[in-house]
Design a protein around this ligand. Structure first.
Ligand code: SF4
Ligand code: SF4
Ligand code: SF4
Length: 501
């Protein structure tokens, strides 16, 4: 018997999908989910159930749940697990708040979108019994330290370019499923939440002398894909380090929508809550960590730190706002000159737009990029499927974006490398970015998931130039690919000097 019904109209969803589920009794077969999954995310139009042996392919972005008019597709709730942990005196519960959460939650309580409500959220969580509330902008700063160092290393040492950001798990899964031949382009740096969980269980527990097995880490996110990401085997670094390999670094991920329901269930007047501050050790991040929630924010934050790494100086004030890669644009591009190095960058959101860029990179149409940021959701995480979903349009997304850039403007610590908590974490624990321990705990690996499609790496045949051999005219080094390398890894000559064999 077929597992999935009406799959020409509705998206197939596996019953064990950790991000979204469907209640068939509410489905009116309107086709909206299929439409968004095909056109915006470019997933369900890339396979048939015959090809996949009746397995649904999903990158867990949750965008189908945003457009579902009846609530038939809903976010899988983890609230009950968190409630149980809060009720257990043996457990120490931490919450880590993603940047985009603070500027959207107000919408559910009649507060202007874009208003930063982080201090009310902290009070709310503390009143609920949460022991420590951290800002995931700390994890974002740590991600920037590693990712910017990785980019500089790839550029200087002839590594695979362009480097793709890897903090969006839906995008990572898209590459693993549809473009496994491009996996080497993904930064090995873990996402902010991937790092935050491991650092709480290893570093924070050490500083506070807490038994890490008592810690229950909860990520408060704008996202549904994070529920999938935290369950990846690769994100059990603390457990592996401590000899408890089944222990997850981040235990649960709850979305803004789940928290809003919980607040309403408790009858709390959210708007009237007083302000509180984040807890220390992994407290506040820098302004660079805050803008992570916007499309272009990861790129801008990484370039700020890459500038420091390459020149030993911070960028001039007028370069602090890279307007070319801010806002809502289909493919945003710019070049950033750092000393004698020019870094060409591109920023896209939605996996449909990312797919078009990937095809252009593979075919050689886009042949001089060093760094590419991809976020699966419209406008980046501010448009995540875990956010309040009422009246979401570009005007509302702009307000959320504006809220995070406003914070960037007024915050004193602008750079990840100047965050005192980050400096302490490196001094007392990791040593330096890309150290042996950093690579072990803060970096990750990816896997080829294309087997589900019934045909390995369908997209590798886009360009007939895939296997072109490029030869360095100075040392004879041979490079295989659609385009020459940025520079020869052996003698350093610029890639534009390479000749086709
Ligand atoms: S969007 Fe919702 S109601 Fe419409 S077909 Fe999909 S599941 Fe059914
Ligand atoms: S979560 Fe995303 S990929 Fe999965 S079915 Fe929904 S829209 Fe498609
Ligand atoms: S863009 Fe952000 S919210 Fe959307 S799937 Fe990626 S990480 Fe999650």
């Amino acid at each position: 018997m077929e597992k999935h019904f009406f799959s020409d109209i509705v998206v197939p969803i596996e019953p064990d999908n950790v991000s979204i589920r469907r209640d068939w009794s509410k489905c009116i077969q309107c086709g909206m989910c299929k439409n968004v999954c095909s056109h915006l995310m470019h997933v369900s139009d890339q396979y048939t159930l015959q090809e996949t042996n009746d397995e649904a392919v999903c990158i867990n972005c949750g965008q189908c749940s945003v457009v579902c008019p009846t609530g038939a597709i809903h976010v899988v709730s983890e609230v009950d697990f968190v409630k149980n942990a809060l009720a257990d005196d043996e457990k120490i519960v931490t919450f880590s708040m993603s940047p985009a959460v603070r500027v959207s939650i107000g919408e559910a309580f009649g507060i202007e979108s874009g208003t930063n409500l982080e201090k009310k959220i902290i009070t709310l969580l503390k009143n609920m019994g949460v022991d420590y509330v951290f800002d995931t902008t700390f994890g974002a700063d740590l991600t920037i330290m590693e990712e910017a160092s990785e980019l500089v290393d790839r550029i200087k040492n002839g590594g695979v370019l362009p480097q793709f950001t890897s903090c969006c798990p839906a995008w990572v899964k898209y590459v693993e499923t549809f473009y496994p031949s491009m996996i080497d382009h993904l930064s090995t740096t873990k996402s902010p939440i991937g790092m935050q969980g491991a650092v709480i269980k290893l570093f924070f527990s050490k500083v506070k002398q807490i038994d890490p097995t008592r810690l229950v880490n909860v990520a408060l996110v704008p996202c549904t894909a994070k529920k999938m990401e935290i369950r990846r085997e690769e994100l059990r670094s603390a457990g592996k380090e401590l000899g408890i390999p089944t222990m997850r670094d981040m235990d649960y991920a709850i979305s803004v929508r789940e928290l809003v329901e919980w607040i309403k269930e408790m009858g709390i007047d959210f708007a009237q809550l007083p302000d509180s501050e984040f807890d220390d050790v992994l407290g506040k991040g820098s302004a660079s960590g805050v803008i992570f929630g916007n499309s272009g924010g990861v790129m801008e934050a990484a370039l700020r730190t890459a500038h420091y790494l390459l020149t030993g100086k911070n960028i001039d004030d007028q370069l602090l706002e890279l307007s070319a890669i801010r806002g809502l644009g289909k493919r945003k591009k710019t070049s950033f000159v750092i000393g004698d190095t020019t870094i060409n960058v591109a920023v896209v959101y939605t996996t449909r737009n990312a797919d078009e860029l990937l095809k252009d990179i593979i075919s050689g149409k886009e042949n001089n990029l060093h760094f590419v940021e991809v976020m699966a959701c419209p406008g980046g995480c501010i448009g995540g499927a875990g956010q309040p979903k009422e009246n979401v349009d570009d005007e509302l997304r702009q307000k959320r974006i504006g809220g995070l850039y406003h914070d960037d403007k007024i915050m004193k610590v602008k750079f990840s490398h100047e965050n005192p908590d980050i400096k302490r974490c490196y001094q007392e624990y990791f040593g330096k970015p890309l150290s042996k321990l950093s690579k072990k705990i803060l970096h990750t690996t990816y896997r080829d998931r294309s087997g589900i499609l019934g045909q390995k790496d369908k997209n590798s045949t886009i360009s007939t130039e895939q296997d072109t051999v490029w030869v360095c005219p100075v040392c004879g080094y041979e490079h295989h690919g659609a385009q020459p390398p940025m520079q020869c890894p052996l003698c350093g000559i610029p890639g534009k000097e390479f000749r086709k064999k």
